[in-house]
Design a binder for this molecule. Structure first.
Ligand SMILES: CC(C)(COP(=O)(O)OP(=O)(O)OC[C@H]1O[C@@H](n2cnc3c(N)ncnc32)[C@H](O)[C@@H]1OP(=O)(O)O)[C@@H](O)C(=O)NCCC(=O)NCCS
Length: 174
């Protein structure tokens, strides 16, 4: 399935929230906090970077969204990829792949050197994410799901420091 991928605009915010909620909420369950997470990150001047908040549009409808926000690693700028959302009716059609590939391309073009993610290695390894611990990165997360994608040979190493919005999500405060 080929979709148009473009930066989000203010007019997309409600549709993005709906897609994020639909992607992360199992059928019949209460909506999760992920849409609030996106909303709060948008309000973080130091974290939110509009060029890395992308929507996938199919026939005029927002069917997917990806966000990469500013973090630091070893005191140097890096990006955190979170969340990636594809509406359940459009999953498994390549939309998630297009969103991740596009945000990595945008980051590379802008001279970014490192992107971190917390996610399923089965999905992210195809984009050449590798375990963060194996490339010298520590932080608030650990384990195989904490992964890094180096975009340049001089990608930073050291401790990853995230926006407080991430901790609020982890602690159930959103
Ligand atoms: C994960 C998600 C973004 C993937 O989007 P998608 O459009 O369904 O993915 P694609 O069709 O591009 O899939 C690409 C590949 O990843 C695989 N894949 C999809 N979701 C996966 C998952 N959760 N775990 C492992 N592999 C996955 C697909 O099988 C496909 O493999 P293939 O190319 O060998 O057929 C989407 O399923 C989603 O929104 N899930 C709920 C929210 C979520 O968990 N987001 C990720 C964490 S931030």
């Amino acid at each position: 399935m080929s979709v148009l991928v473009r930066p989000e605009t203010p007019e997309d915010e409600a549709a993005v929230a709906a897609v994020v909620t639909a992607a992360f909420t199992a059928a019949g369950a209460e909506p999760g906090p992920e849409a609030a997470f996106v909303r709060e990150l948008r309000r973080e001047p130091g974290a939110y970077l509009g060029r890395y908040s992308l929507v996938a549009v199919d026939a005029g409808d927002v069917v997917g969204h990806v966000l990469a926000s500013r973090i630091s690693v070893g005191g140097a700028p890096a990006l955190a990829l979170a969340p990636v959302s594809v509406h359940p009716l459009h999953q498994s059609g390549g939309v998630g792949r297009q969103l991740v590939e596009r945000v990595l391309a945008e980051a590379t073009a802008a001279g970014e050197t490192l992107v971190l993610v917390l996610g399923d290695p089965a999905f992210y390894s195809r984009f050449r994410f590798e375990p963060a611990s194996e490339v010298g990165i520590t932080g608030p997360y650990a384990g195989a799901e904490f992964m890094a994608r180096r975009l340049a040979a001089d990608a930073p190493v050291g401790e990853a420091v995230y926006s407080p919005v991430f901790a609020r999500l982890e602690q159930g405060q959103l």
